[in-house]
Design a protein around this ligand. Structure first.
Ligand SMILES: Nc1ncnc2c1ncn2[C@@H]1O[C@@H]2COP(=O)(O)O[C@H]2[C@H]1O
Length: 703
């Protein structure tokens, strides 16, 4: 939390309602949530503020529609606190205090906080009757003279311990219990939980008044069943002790002494049974009670410690007892060795050292109590770092193994193929949230979707304080702003504030990954969209007009797309036709050119032949040089009229059509294309009708 925020809080310290708005403080029903305000503010800014680009894509307006509690979603709220003003104090400084706008008049709810002082002192007191019942009745049973000497004292102590036992049941019926890191103070829930638990069975059995049926100290044997409470008391003592290691060693010694005491009593009872002083192994007779007890305790110590310095047993009961004691001793030795190792273990010691330092710094108060209840989540960080270090294939396998079970519990993915879940599992990032820590903030641009692995989150209403729904394990949220649902009034913005109720563990999936997965698996997308639409309709966040308009626009767009597709098809067919025609024409033009060339060659040959014949004819006549016939074209003599220069008509045609080129030996020029031919880009390709016939071929070049 920034300094500005703290100052703002200090300014509105005594107001009924904190300032609200972006960057300001938001009042939450702390008494309902049981959450520190500091946590709320600290994490308010967790989701990034919208960027300019996001602003462009934002929905037209964020409406002020009160989301109704959805019938399909549980809206029960647990963990309600006592409704008084909460404050956060650090080293004596009241940093902030909040009073909800409509705080109900606090009513006395007699419940004990299990981490509070009252409970701590009660359970410390309970150590005495439990120890009494574990140690004294067996002694009274095995040493009848002890029972007989002070019957009044034992009756009084028994009664007192029984009263305390019953009182303990009463205390347990009023002790709040933590759920997701929050205390449940609802008496009916506390009662129900205790009465249906195993603890109640043990407690009831340990308080059973069997002495009414059998007036012997052995009837109190069931009181031992309360020994579990002794362990709890010890653990609580440890959390407050400055030197928990020493406390554990003390507990170990106490346990050893109790075991030795029990064994000593059993040894004495066996000795009485075999006859006191009847051999060297049994307890000697003729001494006082205290002396006999000490002798028994000493022998039990030797037996249990497996020192082996005891007199040799001869009789069967003696042998059995000694063997049993040795076995017990071995087990006790192993237990003690292990416990000493645990005491020496650094991890817990370090935690306690840190916690003690933090407690000293924080002093008494709300924050200290919350710190005591706080449990770090080292597992998540370890998971992440381990996964990062692995090769991709192994990482995928591990991610699937780790997340598949949790993901398959998510309703919308239950029907999905395993491939979707595996793919999703690879993209998920676990994240832990503390009590009251915000996960999403209404109006912010959505960038992540969340799956609840454990714990619960509350969806807050429009006022940002009233929970409208509580989502538990296996549920998901934050999808509405990521997937495009036509008619969603909030568009790509969060439609509600979401806070973690207690300690919760979520899987976070980024928008990019979600869209990628949904693109690969359209079935999952359809399911998610259908579910989102249902939620929007239930919460009244669906703009039906916009939805209808979007549906109509989609229909129009679909029609246009279909028309466009048809148009594309027709164009493609035309292009194909054009290409075919073009190929065909090119082929024809080539063939015509070849034929033209052949004819031209033939005519040239004819012309050469005609000239040669003319020359022969002249020589054969033997004419004089003056009367030598002019080398006339064959047209003038006998030459083929075609070999002559082009006639006027032919020439006229030649200009329009293919004219022979005098300079190039009368090659006819193929007329350039016109119209479609030119459009084809083949200037020389002309239909055969345009290719000049032989009349177009010019006569032989003038030499
Ligand atoms: N009434 C509701 N019940 C359950 N979930 C809700 C309710 N209102 C909103 N949400 C979820 O809270 C999320 C807030 O962010 P989104 O709008 O992205 O998506 C929203 C839904 O997933």
């Amino acid at each position: 939390m920034g300094t500005g925020c703290i100052l703002r809080h200090l300014r509105c310290h005594r107001r009924d309602r904190c300032c609200q708005g972006a960057g300001g403080c938001v009042t939450l029903p702390w008494d309902e949530l049981g959450v520190t305000a500091g946590l709320q503010h600290r994490y308010r800014e967790q989701e990034p503020r919208p960027t300019a680009r996001d602003e462009q894509h934002r929905a037209p307006a964020v409406p002020a529609v009160a989301p109704a509690a959805s019938p399909g979603v549980s809206s029960s709220w647990v963990g309600a606190d006592d409704g008084v003003v909460k404050s956060v104090t650090i080293i004596g400084w009241p940093l902030m205090s909040f009073r909800p706008p409509s705080t109900p008049k606090p009513h006395h709810n007699w419940t004990l906080d299990p981490s509070g002082d009252w409970y701590y002192w009660w359970i410390t007191v309970m150590v005495l009757p439990i120890l009494y019942n574990c140690i004294v009745p067996i002694c009274r049973l095995c040493f009848p003279e002890v029972q007989d000497q002070l019957p009044g004292l034992w009756l009084g102590l028994d009664t007192l311990s029984d009263v305390l036992y019953l009182g303990d049941i009463g205390v347990r019926l009023h002790t709040a219990f933590p759920e997701d890191g929050l205390l449940v103070r609802d008496r009916s829930r506390i009662r129900r939980r205790y009465l249906w638990s195993c603890s109640f069975c043990w407690d009831a059995a340990s308080s059973a008044p069997l002495e009414l049926l059998w007036q012997r100290p052995a009837a109190r044997a069931t009181r031992w069943l309360r020994a579990r409470r002794l362990c709890e008391a010890w653990q609580r003592r440890e959390t407050r002790a400055a030197h928990p290691g020493a406390l554990r060693v003390a507990a170990l010694l106490l346990g050893a002494v109790a075991a030795l005491h029990g064994l000593a009593c059993a040894y004495y009872a066996l000795s009485v049974h075999l006859g006191l002083g009847s051999d060297a192994w049994v307890c000697p007779s003729g001494t006082g009670t205290w002396r006999r007890y000490l002798h028994s305790f000493y022998t039990a110590t030797l037996l249990l410690a497996t020192v082996g310095d005891t007199p040799t047993p001869h009789r069967v009961p003696e042998l059995l007892f000694a063997t049993f004691s040795f076995l017990l001793g071995v087990m006790a030795f192993a237990t003690i060795t292990g416990s000493i190792g645990a005491v020496a273990g650094a991890t817990r010691g370090a935690w306690h050292r840190d916690a003690a330092a933090a407690r000293r710094l924080l002093g008494p108060g709300e924050l200290r109590r919350r710190l005591q209840r706080w449990q770090p989540e080292p597992a998540l960080a370890a998971q992440q770092s381990t996964l990062r270090a692995l090769p991709p294939v192994l990482r995928e396998e591990l991610a699937a193994a780790a997340h598949l079970q949790a993901l398959s519990r998510v309703g919308v993915f239950q029907a999905c193929e395993r491939g979707v879940l595996r793919r999703l599992g690879l993209c998920l990032r676990p994240q832990a949230y503390g009590p009251g820590q915000p996960v999403c903030r209404r109006g912010h641009v959505g960038r992540h979707m969340f799956f609840i692995r454990s714990g619960r989150v509350a969806v807050l209403g429009n006022d940002g304080t009233t929970p409208v729904a509580v989502l538990g394990q296996g549920r998901y949220f934050g999808e509405l702003s990521l997937i495009h649902i036509p008619g969603n009034r909030f568009g790509n913005r969060r439609s509600a504030d979401i806070v973690s109720v207690g300690h919760s563990e979520l899987f976070v999936l980024s928008k990019q990954d979600l869209l990628q997965v949904l693109a690969e698996f359209p079935g999952a997308r359809a399911a998610l969209e259908a579910e989102g639409r249902r939620l929007l309709q239930l919460t009244g966040l669906m703009d039906t007009k916009a939805e209808a308009a979007a549906a109509a626009a989609a229909l129009r767009a679909q029609g246009l797309e279909e028309a466009l597709a048809q148009l594309r098809l027709r164009v493609a067919a035309l292009v194909a036709q054009l290409e075919a025609t073009e190929g065909h024409l090119r082929l024809r033009v080539q063939r015509l050119e070849q034929r033209l060339e052949q004819r031209q060659q033939q005519r040239q040959q004819q012309r050469r032949d005609a000239v040669a014949r003319g020359a022969q004819w002249g020589q054969a006549k033997g004419q004089s040089p003056g009367a030598a016939p002019r080398a006339q074209g064959p047209a003038g003599a006998q030459g083929t009229p075609r070999a002559q220069g082009p006639s006027r008509a032919a020439r006229a045609q030649g200009t329009a059509g293919a004219q022979g080129h005098p300079g190039t030996g009368g090659h006819p020029k193929v007329q350039g294309p016109s119209g479609a031919g030119r459009a084809l880009g083949y200037p020389r390709a002309q239909g055969p009708s345009r290719v000049q016939g032989p009349s177009g071929v010019q006569g032989p070049p003038r030499s």
